[in-house]
Design a binder for this molecule. Structure first.
Ligand code: ADP
Ligand code: MG
Length: 247
C-alpha cells in the first residue's frame, strides 16, 4: 500500500508504486517505483524500448498495469479511464503528435481545457495563457494541419498546459526538431514547473540537455529501474553508463 504519511512521499506528488506491465510474451515494465513531485523536473530516460512510453501510457490510463498502483496527490488513479485521470490533473503529450488538424491552433488548445471540465470562458483564458507560455500566440489563428512539425509539437505542449495540470508528462516533446529548436523548447519548459508548481516528467534522447534541465533522473533499461537520483549521481552509476555505451 502507498502510505503518504511515510515522511518521504509528500501528498503533492505523483506516486507510481510497483508497476509491472506485461504484453503478450513481453514484460515491458517490472516493479517500477517512481515519484514525481510538484515543482520539479524529472527526466525519464533509457534506451529505445526500455519502457518509457509504456510508463506514461500506464500512468495516464491508456494501459492497465498488470500489477502496481498509481496515486496523484493522494488519490488512487490506477486503472481509471484517461479522461478521468486528466481531470485529476495529470496531463500528457504523445510521442506522435495528435492534433485536430482541421481546427485552429487556438481551438486545439481550448478544446484541451474544455476536455477537463473547464467552462468555455475559463478554457479560453487558459488557452491564451498556455500559448503565451510557449511564445506561440502569433500562431493562434492558423489551421493546425498546416503547421510545420516543430510548431505542432509546441501546440501539443500548450494543449497539455491549458488543462492546468498538477503533473505533466512529456513524451519526447522535441522529437523531430533540430538541435537548436529542441534546445530552445527545453529552455521554454525549464521555468514552468516552479512557476506553476507542477511536476514535469520529460522523456528526451538528448542526454546533455536532459542532464542540464532535470532536477532528478529515473533510468530504465529493459523495463527495470537501473538508476535514480540527481544527474551527477546517475552519471556515476555503472549500469547506467553501460546501458548507454551499449546502445
Ligand atoms: N501495445 C504494445 N503491445 C506489445 N508490446 C508493446 C506495446 N507497447 C510497447 N510494447 C513493447 O514494450 C517495450 C517498451 O516499449 P516503449 O515503452 O515504447 O519503449 P520506449 O518508449 O522506452 O522506447 C518495447 O519492447 C515495445 O516493443
Ligand atoms: Mg517511447
Amino acid at each position: 500500500m502507498i502510505s503518504p504519511a511515510d515522511g518521504h512521499t509528500p501528498l503533492t506528488a505523483l506516486v507510481v508504486q510497483g508497476i509491472t506491465m506485461d504484453f503478450v510474451g513481453l514484460r515491458a515494465l517490472e516493479n517500477v517505483n517512481l515519484t514525481l513531485r510538484q515543482g520539479e523536473i524529472l527526466g525519464l530516460i533509457g534506451p529505445n524500448g526500455s519502457g518509457k512510453t509504456t510508463m506514461i501510457n500506464v500512468i495516464t490510463g491508456l494501459l492497465r498495469p498488470t500489477a502496481g498502483r498509481i496515486q496523484a496527490d493522494g488519490a488512487d488513479i490506477t486503472g481509471k479511464p484517461p479522461h478521468k485521470i486528466a481531470q485529476t490533473g495529470v496531463a500528457r503529450t504523445f510521442q506522435k503528435v495528435k492534433l485536430f488538424r482541421e481546427l485552429t491552433v487556438f481551438e486545439n488548445v481550448k478544446v484541451a481545457a474544455v476536455s477537463v471540465g473547464m467552462p468555455n470562458r475559463r478554457a479560453k483564458e487558459q488557452a491564451w495563457v498556455a500559448l503565451e507560455e510557449l511564445g506561440i500566440e502569433a500562431w493562434s489563428g492558423r489551421i493546425a494541419g498546416t503547421l510545420p512539425y516543430g510548431h505542432e509539437r509546441k501546440v501539443e505542449v500548450a494543449r497539455a498546459l491549458a488543462m492546468n495540470p498538477k503533473f505533466i508528462l512529456l513524451d519526447e516533446p522535441a522529437a523531430g526538431m533540430d538541435e537548436e529548436e529542441s534546445a530552445a523548447l527545453l529552455q521554454i519548459l525549464t521555468p514552468i514547473p516552479e512557476k506553476k508548481n507542477l511536476g514535469m516528467l520529460i522523456v528526451d534522447h538528448d542526454m546533455n540537455l536532459i542532464m542540464r534541465l532535470c532536477n532528478r533522473l529515473h533510468v530504465l533499461n529493459y523495463g527495470k529501474t537501473i538508476g535514480e537520483g540527481t544527474p551527477e549521481e546517475v552519471r556515476r552509476i555503472p549500469e547506467v553508463v553501460e546501458a548507454y555505451l551499449g546502445s
